[in-house]
Write a protein that binds this ligand. Structure first.
Ligand code: SAH
Length: 224
């Protein structure tokens, strides 16, 4: 459940609906993802001065040199995260996110899974995200101010892990905190050549499938 926040005009339900139709036309087929994104008011996750652009399919600045991801990328990652590794498996219940940023991706996930754990290294951004979770009545998101590259061992194993900043590779520590039937989705590679990867367990061990070319801010060490 999400508290209903009325926008109007460029921030209203009609603007959100148009974005959803665009995502559908661009290949997002998972109705659960589209329904969740229809409900989350993205304009509340960015600066008021930019809210007229909230339902454009574009990444936008959120301060501290960081960005809220493009809606298509959020949809693509969420869809890849929900897709089970065997058809008989239930959807993920407990999900870890690295890179809370504005909190938008975590809010979308919170409507789809039981519990979201999310880690952010920049305290100022995390404070903003927490405020939005409260405002929207999202109670199943647990946050932490830390370097997320080492995951959150106290709450492991996770059914799924989503990394929303790009590293040179996927940290083995994160894969170690994933349930054997789990999925990890992360952008990997240098700024000009990032690819979205979906990791899962195979008979040969953890293996990645390349999904799409993407452009994320870098995964950085330490906290601010
Ligand atoms: N999921 C976010 C996207 C934020 S951009 C959203 O929906 O808005 C990526 C975020 O990852 C930034 O806020 C950045 O500060 C954070 N980040 C980068 N390296 C990190 C690390 N090692 N641990 C935790 N967060 C990190």
């Amino acid at each position: 459940m999400i508290a209903s926040i009325q926008g109007s005009g460029l921030t209203g339900q009609r603007a959100r609906d148009r974005l959803i139709e665009r995502l559908r036309a661009e290949g997002i087929g998972d109705e659960r993802v589209l329904t969740a994104m229809r409900q989350v008011p993205r304009h509340l996750f960015i600066d008021e001065g930019l809210s007229s652009r909230a339902y454009e399919d574009t990444a936008l600045p959120i301060g501290n040199s960081q960005t809220i991801s493009q809606p298509w990328v959020v949809a693509r990652m969420t869809q890849a995260l929900l897709e089970p590794v065997h058809p008989a498996l239930p959807p993920p219940r407990r999900v870890l996110e690295i890179g809370t940023g504005s909190g938008y991706q975590a809010a979308v996930l919170s409507l789809l899974v039981e519990q979201v754990y999310t880690i952010e290294r920049i305290d100022e951004l995390l404070r903003g995200a927490r405020k939005r979770f409260r405002q929207l009545g999202l109670k199943n998101i647990t946050t932490r101010h830390a370097d997320g590259r080492v995951g959150w061992p106290e709450h492991a194993p996770f059914d799924a892990i989503i990394v929303t900043a790009a590293g040179a590779d996927v940290e083995v520590e994160l894969l170690a905190q994933l349930h054997p039937d789990g999925v990890l989705v992360a952008p990997v590679g240098p700024p000009a050549a990032q690819v979205l990867q979906r990791w899962r367990n195979t008979e040969q061990g953890w293996a990645a499938q390349d999904l799409d070319a993407v452009s994320f801010v870098p995964l950085l060490p330490g906290v601010v």
